[in-house]
Design a binder for this molecule. Structure first.
Ligand SMILES: CC(C)(COP(=O)(O)OP(=O)(O)OC[C@H]1O[C@@H](n2cnc3c(N)ncnc32)[C@H](O)[C@@H]1OP(=O)(O)O)[C@@H](O)C(=O)NCCC(=O)NCCS
Length: 148
């Protein structure tokens, strides 16, 4: 049975394994081979006071991740999703859509009014989010500066 549960630091190893597997694959091919950096990144996401992390489970197996923060923005309480993903072999079967709809219901009960997230225009996820009712903030721009 497919269910959704809140995740905590106790599931750190399971979360790291699933995250590593998904994002080492297409389309991202991210290099998470440094275990300390991976551990710290997941800890950044799930170990903070305002962390809000949800997992999609097939019975007891973790198959989906939604990792981020609750932010008390003036216009409403936001769920800022940093990482959203479905296990590689189970993608494109409707699970991401199901997971998002479960998240929306759960978040609404917690008085969260909206979700904010970022992705890349060329990623399949861009179409996935649009299909699921997300719209672009047209004037928004993300800036980045390397200093090392
Ligand atoms: C993006 C992701 C979360 C979507 O979840 P999913 O379970 O694969 O998506 P669904 O099966 O619910 O797809 C819904 C729609 O999104 C689109 N879509 C999803 N994945 C796609 C892909 N890889 N290529 C093309 N379209 C895709 C489809 O058009 C689909 O519409 P359809 O029902 O008309 O076919 C999942 O594919 C994933 O984890 N990808 C890798 C990690 C990632 O990119 N995360 C987002 C980073 S910001």
């Amino acid at each position: 049975m497919i269910t959704m549960k809140e995740l905590s630091i106790e599931q750190m190893e399971e979360i790291k394994q699933l995250f590593f597997k998904i994002f080492s694959n297409e389309p991202w091919n991210d290099d998470w081979s440094d275990p300390i950096q991976l551990h710290q990144y997941i800890n950044d996401l799930i170990g903070n006071k305002n962390s809000f992390s949800l997992g999609l489970f097939d019975d007891d197996k973790l198959i989906g991740l939604s990792l981020g923060y609750i932010m008390h923005w003036y216009a409403g309480t936001e769920y800022y999703i940093f990482e959203f993903a479905i296990e590689t072999e189970r993608q494109e079967k409707g699970l991401g859509t199901d997971f998002l709809s479960k998240i929306e219901k759960y978040a609404a009960d917690k008085k969260i009014t909206h979700i904010f997230l970022q992705t890349e225009r060329t990623a399949p996820a861009y179409h996935f989010y649009q299909k699921n009712g997300f719209s672009e903030i047209k004037d928004h721009v993300s800036l980045f500066k390397f200093f090392r």
